[in-house]
Design a protein around this ligand. Structure first.
Ligand SMILES: Cc1cc2nc3c(=O)[nH]c(=O)nc-3n(C[C@H](O)[C@H](O)[C@H](O)COP(=O)(O)OP(=O)(O)OC[C@H]3O[C@@H](n4cnc5c(N)ncnc54)[C@H](O)[C@@H]3O)c2cc1C
Length: 389
């Protein structure tokens, strides 16, 4: 009978949260196995905008976001993938949107000499130039200089390759079944582990359905597309619109946010019904990622109604005054719940780490460092003893 393999840390899920967990573990000298039931990294972590929106977060998300920022910069250097530090652009097309940006800028003033400016207010001319918009589109805007952008299709794979080089083992096409303290039963047999990290995004409702129901986790399906368009100049950063100002927590905590929400909902009920977040990122090849709509439920329909895609294209063409040619369409899914994170040690040394809203690229690496790293630090004596057995 062959002996059961043993690792200090087994991570279930090779998306950005799982990769972050593997990084936190290998940084602490652990032996690490990452398993994923897919043959490639193909979940939400490659289907997103690649927008690392640190500034509009608050509370725990802000802590994780700022920790993530350092890790993204380090990884981009160490793993050698493209990262852009030009910051996020926000176009205000109405006075209430500009008012919200002014409130945020006043709240995020640098507290000490030399501290970074987090929100730079822009004139209408400035935002139109930086975001390739026609004259007369904006009443003003802002730049959020701390924010970063990556190309998600390449970043996750580059991080995996970097981790491989540091001795982390990846076992793809391998599904986790029963998970209990010390052991993961996989579709290739059992594996023993000092610590198990479950980073399976919305599939948490399959692995731990009772816990997922307790947290009110459902799935959120998003329609996305990649387009080419003959814009007069490139975007100088991810571009958010008023629809984004009613989403991210630091924006929604501003007094003007309810004015923006009420007006947009009254003016464009059909877009509000799609739960639209009209935003854009431009990839290094010049094509633009366009999104997104949101549909929440226990399952996500495999059939994508064309009205969402039509609305995304219409809004693109009306904003930029340029035709968009669709290159690709896809659907993304993430877990969503009342709180932004589901973090629980469901059994001793079994950590569940799920970002339960659409900010996992922004916060996932920091979450992994703060939750998994802190757990390993606390349990380092046990770990060293078990590794030496
Ligand atoms: C369309 C879209 C746009 C988004 N835009 C942004 C953005 O711009 N900025 C931002 O911060 N966030 C964004 N997000 C959110 C972000 O992408 C996610 O929060 C993040 O990628 C989640 O990472 P993850 O590692 O938890 O999940 P995933 O990347 O989905 O990885 C989970 C992995 O678990 C594996 N798995 C599941 N069950 C099992 C099992 N039983 N056994 C083995 N493996 C299993 C899956 O195969 C998958 O590979 C967006 C999300 C979507 C869908």
């Amino acid at each position: 009978m062959s002996a059961i393999e043993r690792f200090d840390v087994v991570v279930v899920g090779s998306g950005i949260v799982g990769l972050g967990a593997a990084l936190a573990a290998v940084d602490r000298g652990c032996s690490v196995l990452v398993i994923d039931r897919a043959s490639e990294i193909a979940g939400a972590s490659v289907r997103n905008f690649g927008h690392l929106c640190f500034t509009p977060q608050s509370g725990l998300a802000r802590d994780y976001a700022m920790a993530s920022r350092e890790i993204w910069l380090r990884l981009a250097h160490d793993a050698g993938f493209w990262i852009d530090d030009a910051g996020t652009l926000v176009v205000a097309r109405h006075d209430d949107e500009l008012q919200l940006l002014r409130e945020l800028a006043a709240q995020r003033l640098p507290r000490s000499p030399g501290a970074a400016v987090e929100v730079e207010l822009l004139t209408a001319d400035e935002i139109e130039t930086l975001a390739a918009l026609p004259a007369g589109t904006a009443v003003g805007g802002a730049r959020l200089p701390l924010d970063l952008q990556v190309d998600p299709r390449f970043a996750a794979a580059a991080i995996r390759d970097h981790l491989l080089g540091r001795g982390v083992e990846f076992r793809m096409r391998t599904a986790a079944g029963r998970i209990a303290s010390g052991r993961v039963d996989t579709s290739r047999g059992p594996v023993d582990a000092g610590t198990i990290v479950v980073a399976v995004n919305h599939d948490i409702d399959q692995l731990f359905p009772v816990m997922a129901e307790r947290y009110g986790v459902v799935r959120c399906g998003l329609d996305m597309m990649r387009v080419t368009a003959d814009l007069p100049r490139p975007l100088t950063g991810p571009l958010l619109t008023g629809w984004s100002l009613i989403r991210y927590s630091a924006f929604t905590s501003m007094a003007a946010s309810s004015d923006v929400r009420d007006r947009l909902t009254a003016e464009r009920p059909e877009l509000a019904a799609l739960d639209l977040n009209q935003m854009y990122t431009q990839r290094p090849d010049g094509s633009l990622i366009v999104g997104d709509s949101h549909w929440k439920g226990e399952s996500v329909s495999p059939f994508q109604p064309e009205d969402a895609a039509r609305a995304l294209l219409d809004e693109f063409e009306s904003l930029f005054q340029h035709r968009a040619d669709v290159v690709e369409r896809w659907q993304g899914v993430y877990a969503t719940a009342g709180e932004e994170f589901l973090i629980e040690e469901i059994e001793p040394d079994v950590l569940v780490t799920v970002v339960t809203t659409g900010i996992g690229m922004t916060t996932g690496l920091g979450l992994a460092e703060k939750v998994v790293g802190a757990h390993l630090d606390t349990h380092s004596r046990t770990l060293t003893e078990s590794t030496m057995l």
